[in-house]
Design a protein. Structure first.
Length: 142
């Protein structure tokens, strides 16, 4: 009976270790997905900015869309690419305003969770983080 107890304890410990390892890997994976969306959104934003030097907003966006279509095979539907582009822009807009380095602080939220947040709530989050950052900076200068 005592031997069974030790096996259970070891098993519980091993299971706990597996959980913590999986959670750690999940955090890293979430951060990587967010970083990838951020990079894609940044590239789209930069390319759109480039075209805005020569064209009005609508035409600049069309030029970017044309480039996207050229670089992707017909295996990827335009609808899927458009959705990915929208997700990337949302994540890029959030982290470009609050700081790209904040991605490494993500622990318990996934890219999908961020993408579910509506635009107004994203703006509220940005404002709240920026206000908190200003408070921290002003307190450290006092």
């Amino acid at each position: 009976m005592e031997e069974d107890k030790n096996d259970d304890t070891n098993s519980f410990f091993n299971l706990y270790c597996k959980i913590t390892k999986a959670e750690s890997q999940n955090k890293i994976s979430n951060q990587e997905v967010i970083k990838c969306y951020f990079s894609f959104g940044k590239a789209i934003s930069e390319k759109t900015g480039y075209y805005k030097k020569f064209y009005v907003e609508h035409v600049a966006q069309q030029k970017v869309n044309d480039e996207l279509r050229q670089q992707f095979s017909d295996d990827i539907s335009w609808d899927n690419l458009r959705k990915t582009k929208e997700k990337a822009r949302k994540i890029y807009n959030l982290f470009s305003k609050i700081g790209e380095e904040k991605i490494t602080r993500i622990r318990s939220i996934s890219a999908w969770d961020i993408l579910k947040i509506n635009s107004n709530d994203i703006q509220d989050i940005i404002e709240e983080i920026l206000i908190k950052n200003k408070d921290v900076i002003s307190q450290s200068c006092d």
